[in-house]
Design a protein around this ligand. Structure first.
Ligand code: PPE
Length: 304
């Protein structure tokens, strides 16, 4: 990754290399942190951060879910994120806020461990490769199941929970695929390792609900809205592994992944093997919106 100049940490901008933590940080030992991923795009009116307030709302919700007291409110976090982009001279990029328990307490009870908040930003290109964005990626259903509501919170962006995603992602890459799809404990589709999933069949667009183990993705919500605006029938639904094989089109959505077509699942071509019309429409509508070319959702853009 390409370093930028400053990272905001606990109330001040510090040089990138100085944004360090102690090895006895609670969040490092037990995964007691929450984070976000946000993208900023270049527009005619400067850098626009996509749904920044919605991302910070989710950060605050995630912190609440695992009981991290947060001294900063959404408005302050929004303000700081814009500042981090500006001081680093970024006109587009990826913003990573993180909140975690620090030092002062060992053992599972974090009482006494301070809370740290940091916001970094850097340039980040196509998450699943330029080629993948253009022609689609190859995915495999993982042997790892998505963490469930019975033992964890798939719908909170908790650092510790991402070990589940890392296991699925690395196994998929080792086996020669680009990305993994995770089923939940009931054997139905939850999402990708770091993306939500959409399935198109017979003109109907389906996506798994949070109850299936998906994150309530902000890109998922945006793409769903853009498709509905255009008259598509979009539904939250239970999706089985067979539904993946019978799909006319499959695509992932995520802040990092944007709208990435899936051209193969478990070595079976998806539809024709090329990104289909709904996928292409979703990709274009999303990119137009984030770059300020969709008046209808101008309120999703927050200028740095
Ligand atoms: N599911 C998961 C598990 C997930 O991590 C993400 C975002 C999504 C769905 C899509 O959510 P949204 O960004 O609100 O549309 N994954 C972030 C982290 C990626 C990473 O490798 O780190 C991201 O896309 O920023």
């Amino acid at each position: 990754m390409k370093a930028t100049e400053y990272i905001w940490m606990d109330g001040e901008l510090v040089p990138w290399a100085d944004a360090q933590v102690h090895v006895l940080t609670h969040g490092l030992h037990y995964g007691t942190g929450v984070f976000e991923g946000i993208r900023a795009y270049e527009t005619d009116n400067g850098a626009a951060i996509f749904r920044l307030t919605d991302h910070m709302d989710r950060l605050v919700r995630s912190a609440k879910a695992i009981g991290i007291p947060l001294d900063y409110g959404v408005d302050e976090l929004v303000k700081v994120s814009k500042e981090v982009l500006r001081v680093n001279g970024l006109i587009s990029g990826y913003i990573r806020p993180i909140v975690f328990f620090g030092t002062g307490a060992m053992g599972l009870n974090p009482a006494g461990a301070g809370v740290h908040v940091a916001i970094a930003a850097w340039e980040w290109g196509a998450y699943l490769g330029e080629e993948g964005l253009k022609n689609g990626i190859r995915v495999a259903v993982s042997s790892w199941r998505r963490i469930g509501h019975d033992a964890f919170m798939p719908n909170a962006k908790v650092t510790g929970g991402y070990v589940n995603s890392v296991l699925a992602k690395t196994a998929a890459v080792r086996a020669g695929y680009d990305e993994a799809i995770l089923l939940n404990a009931e054997g139905v589709v939850a999402e990708g390792s770091g993306e939500n999933l959409f399935v198109v069949r017979d003109g109907i667009v389906l996506t798994p609900p949070t109850s299936a183990g998906a994150l309530d993705g902000i890109t998922q919500d945006s793409v769903r809205t853009l498709l509905v605006d255009a008259g598509y029938d979009v539904r939250e639904a239970t999706i089985t592994r067979t539904d993946l094989y019978y799909a006319d089109e499959l695509f992932f959505t995520g802040t990092a992944a944007e709208v990435t077509p899936v051209r193969e699942v478990d070595d079976r071509a998806v539809g024709t093997g090329n990104p289909g019309p709904v996928t292409r429409f979703a990709q274009k509508a999303f990119m137009d919106t984030v770059t300020g070319q969709n008046e209808r959702h101008a309120d999703w853009l927050e200028y740095a």
